[in-house]
Design a binder for this molecule. Structure first.
Ligand code: GLN
Length: 476
């Protein structure tokens, strides 16, 4: 997709301005998908103009120059609304750019707008957004997933050629899976979090959503890199793709809760890999059963601390009528945060409070170490990568009304990757009742490109049968 656009631009078959306008028109026609919170047509057309000027002078273009894309609404864009889909940040305009947007802007990438998401990235369906859920372009009465639901809906509906999201417990991979797209959660530290509005900092990572593995690699290489403004950013030493046949691990624990259709698609995918000469290695992951409680304790604890800044003084508007300072703070937080965000702040404050710290937070930290040693040490020590479902089911119906705990259970396959800092990729591998199924490839740190290479191999073997091209490719 991105390569095709690049070739059309450099071959002067199409101007960047024409392409941008056609995307903006399509977004206008497809408002029903609800994938954008705000649009940035002036910014988009300015980048497109710069690209057209370069083309007129026959200057070479970089890979993403002139290619229209979307940013999740928790990625800071100086001078442009960034709301995290929350009433708390209604009208908030950051004073600086996130690292990833600096990088892309410098390439004249065309920012179409800010994508819909669950409020403060907490959720799995995008339904906690202040503007409601983004729709799944495959079946519009189904969710696009969450929390980066808008980012996935936009790419699947071809209302952006690619998008960036954030992944704290699966928020890039799960919507990619629901929408039939490729979604990469990079190794922790590979992409700077500078300017990403924090949810749970030790788990948050910016990731990429695209139509295929090649595009994903192109975008990832543009945004990966060291940044001294994020103290968890690392100088990357990515491992090169493996030349020998892969050894793919499979742990039955990941399949235990999967729906029959998902299980079937995963077994088919394994057969396809086996056919290409890969070795399938059975492994066990007994500690997987602790992953969800560990994730939700750590994520809520960090969220309760990170979201302390929204008090109506530092960030967020002030309450209209209030007594003393405490009253003003609690009023604005009760009025402006949605129910799910409030639930997580309360849970997080509880597990960090002095009487319960050892029983919950400390225990979760100990289990995190044990899970890391089992997954990153034992399991990935015996194979090159692990293959799992991305989600145990296909997309849920909008308004299905799951309880919070039922919703949390859908994250079972994705959260271990954030707890351990590993890279993981969701790859389309099937369909059930018109809804896509995704498989997840999990690798050792800095093996992000090995995962992308394994996904590209799967696409070649299956002739791209599971990729999403709902309207047949480039938007003209
Ligand atoms: N569904 C998970 C949560 O609500 C993951 C969210 C995310 O990755 N941002 O915490």
């Amino acid at each position: 997709m991105i390569g095709t656009i690049h070739a059309l631009l450099t071959g002067k078959k199409l101007s960047a301005t024409e392409l941008t306008r056609s995307y903006l028109d399509a977004i206008d026609r497809e408002r029903e998908l609800n994938c954008y919170i705000s649009l940035t047509p002036e910014v988009a057309l300015k980048s497109a103009e710069a690209v057209d000027l370069k083309l007129a002078r026959s200057e070479p273009l970089q890979a993403l120059e002139g290619v229209p894309f979307a940013l999740k609404d928790n990625i800071s864009t100086s001078g442009l609304l960034t709301t995290c889909a929350s009433n708390m940040l209604e009208g908030y305009i950051p004073a600086y750019d996130a690292f990833v947007w600096e990088r892309l802007k410098a390439q004249n990438a065309v920012l179409l707008g800010k994508a819909n998401m669950d409020e403060f990235a907490m959720g799995s369906t995008c339904e906690t957004s202040r503007i409601g859920a983004a729709r799944n372009p495959h079946r519009r009465d189904y969710v696009a997933g969450g929390s980066s639901g808008g980012s996935a809906s936009a790419v699947a509906g071809n209302l952006a050629a690619y998008s960036l999201g954030s992944d704290t417990g699966g928020s890039v991979r799960q919507p990619a899976s629901f929408c039939g797209l490729t979604g990469l959660k990079p190794t922790y530290g590979a992409v700077s979090r500078y300017g990403l509005i924090a949810y749970a900092s030790s788990l948050d990572q910016i990731g990429v959503i695209t139509q295929n593995a090649e595009d994903c690699g192109t975008v990832f290489s543009a945004i990966a890199g060291f940044d001294e403004r994020d103290m968890t950013s690392k100088k990357a030493a990515f491992a090169a793709p493996l030349e020998r046949p892969l050894r793919i691990g499979i742990a039955h624990e990941f399949l235990d809760g999967a729906s029959p259709d998902v299980e079937k698609a995963i077994n088919e995918a394994l057969k396809i890999y086996e056919k290409t000469g890969c070795e399938i290695v059975p492994v066990t992951f007994p500690l997987l059963k602790y992953a969800l409680p560990v994730y939700y304790i750590l994520a809520c604890a960090e969220a309760s601390s990170n979201l302390g800044r929204y008090d109506g003084l530092r960030y967020g508007p002030s309450a209209e009528h209030y007594g003393d300072l405490d009253d003003g703070i609690s009023k604005i937080r009760s009025e402006r945060f949605g129910a799910e965000v409030q639930r997580r702040i309360l849970l997080g404050t509880y597990v960090l409070s002095s009487g319960y710290f050892d029983a919950y937070y400390k225990k979760a930290q100990n289990l995190k170490a044990a899970i890391t040693s089992q997954l990153a040490g034992d399991i990935l020590g015996s194979c090159d990568m692990l293959l799992t479902p991305t989600v145990p089911t296909t997309a849920l119906k909008i308004g299905a009304g799951l309880s919070p705990v039922e919703t949390y259970l859908t994250d079972i396959c994705t959260v271990t990757v954030n707890i351990t800092g590993l890279p993981a990729l969701s790859v389309p591998c099937g369909f059930s009742n018109g809804l896509p199924i995704g498989m997840q490839l999990i690798g050792s740190p800095w093996r992000d490109y090995q995962l992308l290479d394994a996904a590209a191999k799967f696409e070649r073997e299956t002739d791209g049968a599971f990729l999403t091209r709902l309207d047949g490719g480039v938007r003209l």
